[in-house]
Write a protein that binds this ligand. Structure first.
Ligand code: SF4
Length: 115
């Protein structure tokens, strides 16, 4: 039996406060715009900017570099938050994330051994 470590998010919001981009897929843009009750063009104009690598859009951030949609410790778009947010920290993370993020490591049985 193979075991995988999976980090369970504790909603500490460390990733939401980390300076950097929150990249949006086309599906993210459509879902968030619908959730906010606005058309995609209006959402893009009001809540996004071009990423520094110019490969797509990022959510806007506040002066302290936290995400625009973070209010206290709550994400205002939690049900439709971007893929990048959902995949942290198991699929990507930033340097020094273990010192900031409170996600709890858990062992998962994986019947498929790594190939
Ligand atoms: S969209 Fe939500 S989960 Fe993602 S960085 Fe912003 S506040 Fe955090």
């Amino acid at each position: 039996m193979h075991y995988d470590i999976h980090y369970e998010c504790q909603r500490c919001t460390a990733c939401c406060r980390w300076p950097g981009t929150v990249a949006l897929t086309d599906a993210d843009t459509a879902a968030i715009a619908a959730h906010l009750g606005m058309d995609e063009r209006t959402f893009i104009q009001r809540h996004t900017r071009i990423r520094p690598d110019r490969r797509g859009l990022s959510l806007l951030e506040k002066e302290d570099h936290s995400c625009e949609f973070l209010g206290g410790n709550d994400c205002a778009i939690q049900p439709v938050k971007p893929e990048q947010c959902r995949r942290f920290p198991n699929h990507w993370h930033f340097p020094g994330w273990r010192e900031k993020c409170h996600a709890v490591p858990t062992l998962h049985k994986d019947p498929q051994p790594p190939t």
